[in-house]
Ligand binder design. Sequence first.
Ligand SMILES: NC(=O)c1ccc[n+]([C@@H]2O[C@H](COP(=O)([O-])OP(=O)(O)OC[C@H]3O[C@@H](n4cnc5c(N)ncnc54)[C@H](OP(=O)(O)O)[C@@H]3O)[C@@H](O)[C@H]2O)c1
Length: 340
Amino acid sequence: MSTAILTTINGFGDAFALWLRPVPCPVPASGEIVVRVEAAAVNPIDVRRRDGYGRTLFKLLGAARMPLVLGNDFAGTVCAVGRGVTGLREGDAVFGAKPPSNAGTHATHVTVRAEHVCLSPPDVPAAALATLPYNFLTVIRAFADAGISRETVKGRHVLVHGATGGLGQVAVRLLHGLGAIVTAIGGRQGLEACRAGGAAELVDRHRQSLATLPRHFAATLNFASWEDEASLLRVLAHDAVGHATTVHPLLSNFDRLGLLAGGVATLIDKRDQRRVKPKSARYGWTVFRPNTSALRSLPHCAAALTPPSVKTFALAQAEQAYLHVKERRLGRAVLLPGQL
Ligand SMILES: NC(=O)c1ccc[n+]([C@@H]2O[C@H](COP(=O)([O-])OP(=O)(O)OC[C@H]3O[C@@H](n4cnc5c(N)ncnc54)[C@H](OP(=O)(O)O)[C@@H]3O)[C@@H](O)[C@H]2O)c1
C-alpha cells in the first residue's frame, strides 16, 4: 500500500512542533476524491489555528482533534475517485479549498469532497493556484455580506482595509473588474501591487489615519483590524450598500468566554457596530465557507488574481513556512508536498 505524509501537530502552541507523519494513503468514500497535493498555501488562519485560535467552535466541527493537519487550499492531481463522483478522473489537474477539518491539505495526499474541487486552468502554475480558493471564496462571501455587486458599486467608491494582504489583493482586483473606484489601505510595501490590481487611490496605513478619509464610500471591507471597525463604518456614505469584516471576534469570543457567554458577547459586539453604520447599509461578519458555484467561476479569473509574489517551501520546511506567515514576510507561503 502506498504511503502519504501528513504535516501534523499534537497540541496547540509553539511547544508542539510540526512533524511529518507517514500514514497509509487515504481511500475516498462515496462522493470524495483523493488528491496528490502539488501545492498547498499556508494562510494566516493556519498559523492562528496552530496556536489554538477558534478551538472552541472548531472542536464542535471535529476540526480541533489531534493529530491535526492544517491547511484549506490545495492544487494537485486526482489519484483516486470515490463512488458517485462524476466529471473527475484519475490524472485530472484540480484545485480547491476544504472546509476546516482535522485532515487539512498540508500533506502529500488529501481527501476532499468532489464539490470542493474544480479543474485547474492550464495557464496558472500549481503554486499560484493554491493561494487562491480560500481567499477568493472568502472575498465572494464578504461581497455578499456587504451587498457588493456590479449593480451596487459600478462607478462608486469602495474602500478595502488590508488591501495589501491575501484577501485584499483578490478583493481589489475583483472590485476593479466590477467597475468600482477602489481605495486600497495597507502597509507601503504592498501598495504598488494594489495599483497594478486597479486601485485608484492608495493609503499608507502608517502615514494616514482612517479619520481623514472622506465619507463617500458605497462599501467598506475590513480585512485588517477589528480596532478599526467603527472608523470604517463612519466613512460609509449615507446611501451606502454596506460593510463586511473578516476580522470580527466571533471565534475569539467563544474561545475566551465559552459557548453561551461567547454567543452573548458576539451579539453585543455586532449590535454596537450596527449603531455606527448608516441605517440602510448592510453589516456582515464574514466567515469562509465552501461555495461550489463560486469555485467553478474561479478558473476563468485565476490568472488575473495570482499574487504578486509566492515563496515556496518543501514539506520538511513547514516550520519555516509558518514562520514566514507569522512574521508577515513578503510573498504568499506555499508548501510543495511533492518535495519532502
Ligand atoms: N472570517 C474568516 O472566515 C476569514 C477568512 C480568511 C481570512 N480571515 C482573516 O482576515 C484577515 C486578513 O486575511 P489575509 O489572509 O488577507 O491576511 P494578511 O495577508 O496577513 O493581510 C493582512 C492585511 O491587514 C493589514 N494589517 C495587519 N495588521 C494591521 C493592523 N494592526 N492595522 C491595520 N492593518 C493591518 C496588513 O497590512 P500590511 O501587511 O501591508 O502592513 C495586510 O494588508 C486575517 O486576520 C485572517 O485571519 C478571516
